[in-house]
Design a protein around this ligand. Structure first.
Ligand code: SF4
Ligand code: SF4
Length: 392
């Protein structure tokens, strides 16, 4: 069936695709940070998608139901794949595992020689097609699984860890990502021990909101740092690097893709310039390092350091090590101190506004609250007009 699908939708390759810049990481994979939709099975209190009710917008899944649309997306990347330059598509959202036809899209990309990675919260049943697909795959086609362990998963954490076991046993390289909300820091030691026993990477991260990371106490920062094993984690706790004077390989080694609109930007953190569009079949890659198009924002996405995108702040070697299993914590705070002494600017204060979350006091919302948020943000009066459920 897949071969018929490929035959039907196959188009000639784009001839002008070039190999990566000479300084690119050795593997020859260009990274596409693919934002697929807002829709999500979770209602995390520290997420703007839940705070705004956007997680309930199940209409955003609709395009994925069309095999022609899937073929357009897969074909866009496959036609721009060569022996020397392939793609690693990092699917994020929302919850990527609930995308209809996810298996078809990924298998098509694999046929082209490309790889994928998932940023998932794993809050789908083990029989859900998305989870079944993931469990049927493994490294290296799926480069890694960034599995967030969110507060709602803690309610039934045995089930969550059953899925982690299943994926690990299938041969996946797993990160257990744990958002470091102050109310969750008491679990860091215990979860680190559990990950060490499972031999998966324990990956605590910084809470981003309109007041964090600026609002962390020094003691809270120390507790987080005590479990970090990569420079990216330390940089995020500082809020990321101020981009006023940075040079980076966004638009060449990495691109940001919004699958709702097809728009492509140099990275997922910036909104302009447009360097292409999936549905118009256009992409203009840069050949050199660029200045940040939104100079002055904080470069606070760990992917950019993990993939050695930001000149002068490489972290790929540590990321590759983290993929292989549990890594003992490393004290890299001295490097941050040295960077500051050398003039590197980081997140300055709580008014810098990283992330859109205004109320970061909650760990998660109830379904009713999210429905209410959805109505308020759309100016909808009265009782819920949202008919979708969390069964999708
Ligand atoms: S899992 Fe939580 S943080 Fe991630 S998109 Fe869903 S609601 Fe937001
Ligand atoms: S400096 Fe960071 S945020 Fe700015 S374009 Fe480069 S990777 Fe993106």
């Amino acid at each position: 069936m897949l071969r018929q699908f490929l035959r039907k939708w196959g188009r000639p390759p784009i001839p002008q695709i070039e190999s990566l810049p000479a300084s690119a990481p050795g593997l020859g994979y260009r990274v596409a940070e693919v934002y697929i939709f807002d829709t999500c099975t979770h209602r995390c209190g520290y997420c703007w998608l839940a705070e705004s009710g956007q997680v309930l917008d199940f209409k955003q899944l609709e395009p994925f139901r069309s095999t022609e649309w899937i073929a357009n997306v897969g074909g866009f990347f496959n036609r721009r794949t060569t022996a020397k330059s392939k793609w690693l598509l990092q699917f994020t959202g929302g919850e990527p595992l609930i995308a209809p036809n996810l298996d078809l899209l990924c298998r098509y990309l694999f046929e082209g020689g490309n790889r994928v990675a998932f940023y998932t919260a794993l809050l789908v049943g083990r029989n859900h097609p998305g989870f079944r697909f993931l469990a049927s795959q493994s490294s290296p086609r799926v480069d890694y699984v960034m599995a967030s362990f969110h507060p709602e998963a803690e309610i039934d954490e045995d089930r969550y860890f059953e899925k982690i076991h299943a994926l690990r046993d299938a041969g996946h390289r797993i990160f257990l990502r744990y958002v470091g909300h102050p109310a969750r820091l008491h679990r860091l030691d215990e979860l680190a021990e559990r990950c060490a026993k499972l031999n998966i990477c324990f990956y605590p991260t910084t809470l981003f909101s309109s007041s964090f990371p600026g609002a962390y106490t020094e003691e809270e920062r120390d507790r987080l740092r005590h479990h970090f094993s990569s420079l990216s984690q330390f940089l995020m706790l500082e809020g990321g690097i101020d981009t006023t004077e940075t040079k980076c390989f966004a638009g060449s080694k990495v691109i940001g893709v919004n699958l709702q609109t097809g728009d492509i930007t140099p990275c997922i953190s910036v909104h302009h310039p447009s360097i292409g569009n999936v549905f118009r079949d256009e992409l203009e890659l840069s050949r050199v390092a660029i200045s940040c198009p939104e100079a002055g924002i904080n470069c606070s996405c760990d992917v950019h350091y993990q993939q050695d995108i930001v000149v002068g702040f490489p972290d790929r070697a540590r990321f590759e090590e983290q993929k292989t299993g549990f890594v003992a914590p490393r004290d890299l705070f001295g490097e941050i101190v040295r960077m500051k002494q050398a003039g590197t600017m980081f997140y300055r204060d709580s008014t810098a506004g990283i992330g859109n979350v205004k109320n970061d006091s909650r760990l998660f919302y109830t379904i009713e609250e999210v429905r209410q948020n959805y109505r308020v943000n759309r100016g909808l009066p009265g009782p819920s007009q949202v008919t979708e459920s969390f069964k999708t």
